[in-house]
Design a protein around this ligand. Structure first.
Ligand SMILES: Nc1ncnc2c1ncn2[C@@H]1O[C@H](COP(=O)(O)OP(=O)(O)O)[C@@H](O)[C@H]1O
Ligand SMILES: [Mg+2]
Length: 363
């Protein structure tokens, strides 16, 4: 198939997305697909699109582009060179944002329209939060993963928590604070200390802090508000951490995540060797089934499609708490969902293939 692997973007998770995209693109090429790696924001201005002129707009070019698609999706292709091209824009993004109004970079929509499917390797707000999905729905572009609505709801931890509660998915006690709202000390806010403070729509633990004293609570709020105007304050669940993938509504094996130091913050997520990950998790069959059932329930509660990965904490007494859903979870061979697939005997290229099949079936 002719596939665009869409990565990059302008979220705090741009770099992770480039890594996921590179790995997915290589895996799909190994599987015989003509996959190309494209930065959703920076695009590729080196390509000359047949039949395309700036004046023609993107709605009018499909037929010509589709006809000459093979030139756009070559048999021989250097994925690492494409990743380097993406990274060459890293230092220019802030400036580009000041001078550009549109989100999609040069040639991005035309390439996506020419592809048979777009593999979404985006992470973080702009690509994972439903807006790109909504644009693709309107343009008739086929893509992997959840649709616009589910993606938007899952990106918002406040809405997710409400829908989880309504559908019987257990969550940690918590509330949302808005930037200009009056704040009460942690000792008087109904949650107490320790507590977890996190930006409402962030990801990769960026801006997430555990506060153990009133001073830490104040500092954690300042940090979280520096990222977003809405912040979630949650009861700290002391215990073990897990994650569960769900593909086409069915749970994958549970994976346990045990950072050697501290909690599963940005560093522990991406620095090799800093976290012990065990899949299948060492849990009894009953607890495993319970967590998988909650993961499937969470997937349905948020109207997710195709695939997603739900994060959980298990308190010392064994009670489970769903933290959030990730609609476009990390996709390198050592990421959590690929490790869960491996426990089912599915290697990374097979998982990439599977996610495309599931997405094509679901749309
Ligand atoms: N209520 C909580 N109790 C204990 N740890 C938490 C809690 N909420 C978040 N964490 C820790 O912070 C990490 C990031 O939080 P999460 O809600 O998954 O946000 P994201 O991954 O989108 O940044 C979790 O993986 C977990 O280690
Ligand atoms: Mg998480």
């Amino acid at each position: 198939m002719n596939i665009v692997v869409l990565a990059g973007g302008i979220s705090t998770e741009r770099e992770i997305s480039i890594v996921s995209g590179t790995m997915v693109c290589k895996a799909l090429r190994e599987g015989g697909h003509r996959a190309i790696l494209v930065d959703v924001y920076c695009g590729d201005s080196r390509i000359t699109l047949p039949g395309f002129s700036e004046a023609s707009g993107c709605g009018s070019l499909d037929s010509q582009i589709r006809e000459s698609a093979d030139a756009l999706f070559p048999d021989t292709y250097d994925v690492d060179a494409a990743a380097s091209y993406m990274r060459s824009f890293d230092g220019q993004i802030a400036e580009m944002k000041q001078t550009r109004r549109e989100f999609f970079g040069p040639n991005v929509l035309a390439l996506c329209e020419a592809a048979e499917v777009v593999f979404m390797a985006l992470h973080g707000e702009d690509g994972e939060g439903g807006k790109v999905q909504a644009a693709f729905d309107l343009l008739g572009i086929c893509y992997t993963g959840s649709g616009a609505l589910g993606s938007a709801v899952a990106m918002d931890k406040e809405l997710s928590r409400k829908l989880f509660a309504a559908d019987g998915v257990p969550t940690a006690k918590g509330f949302t604070l808005r930037r200009n709202e009056e704040r009460r000390p942690a000792g008087e806010n109904g949650i107490g200390l320790p507590c977890v403070v996190k930006p409402c729509c962030g990801g990769s633990s960026v801006g997430v802090e555990i506060a153990r004293t009133e001073e830490e609570y104040e500092r954690a709020l300042e940090t979280a508000f520096s990222y977003e105007p809405e912040v979630i304050v949650e009861q700290y669940i002391e215990g073990r951490e897990f994650s569960v993938g769900v593909v086409e509504g069915e749970a994958y094996p549970v994976i346990e995540i045990a950072p050697l130091v501290g909690f599963y913050d940005y560093k522990n997520k991406y620095q090799a060797g800093s976290t012990i990950e065990t899949c299948p998790a060492q849990l009894d069959a009953e607890k495993t089934a319970e967590m998988q059932r909650y993961a499937e329930l969470a997937y349905r509660a948020l109207k997710l499609e195709c695939y997603a990965r739900m994060d959980f904490m298990m308190a010392k007494d064994g009670s489970l708490y769903c933290l959030e859903a990730n609609t476009l979870p990390g996709m390198t061979p050592t990421s959590l969902l690929p490790q869960e697939a491996a426990a089912l005997g599915m290697d990374f290229p097979a998982l990439c293939e599977q996610l495309i099949e599931v997405s094509l079936r679901g749309k």
